[in-house]
Design a protein around this ligand. Sequence first.
Ligand code: AR6
Length: 173
Amino acid sequence: MSARIEVIETDITRLKIDAIVNAANRSLLGGGGVDGAIHRAAGPELLEECRKLCGCNTGEAKITRGYRLPARYVIHTVGPVWRGGVRNEEKLLADCYRNSMKLVKKYRLKSVAFPAISTGAYGFPSDKAAEIAVRTILEEVDIADMVQLVIFCCCNSECRKYHEKVLEKLRNG
Ligand code: AR6
């Protein structure tokens, strides 16, 4: 069975799911946006575990437990800062989704939710980011996988509409 892919509009920290993805920075020591929300909801044990990870390069991903979150795991990935598209940002953003999915598969997780990585403080254009996110996930999710559900979790309607539009376009060929 191939994975179900959904787009929803909610606070990612509320999802009871195997893993949520965090749009972190290279220190992995917390910040604002979705990163701040995840650390607040998970509690101080998350920061303690993050300290042991010694940071993370842009485009890569590392996993921790979810602590007080309803989600069992947090996958921390570092999106690129948008610099006009001339610094390999598109490939680095796709790497975030690809490397997060590698951990999902390695840990044999069945469900995962992604925020719109890089589209807040890091300034990546939301429409372009949605196209990369959906395209990469469709490539990564294959029939033989354990993965049953991938959620694009948006926190506003613009983000949701971009993801829905691309998903519909790519599904219908
Ligand atoms: N649930 C779902 N989506 C959210 C939530 C939430 N609770 N909160 C924000 N978003 P951002 P970035 C959306 O800025 O651009 C941090 O300080 C938000 O509307 O969180 O990758 C890190 O420490 C936007 O669409 O992440 C880094 O320093 C998306 O999540 C830096 O920001 C990503 O926005 C990373 O910047």
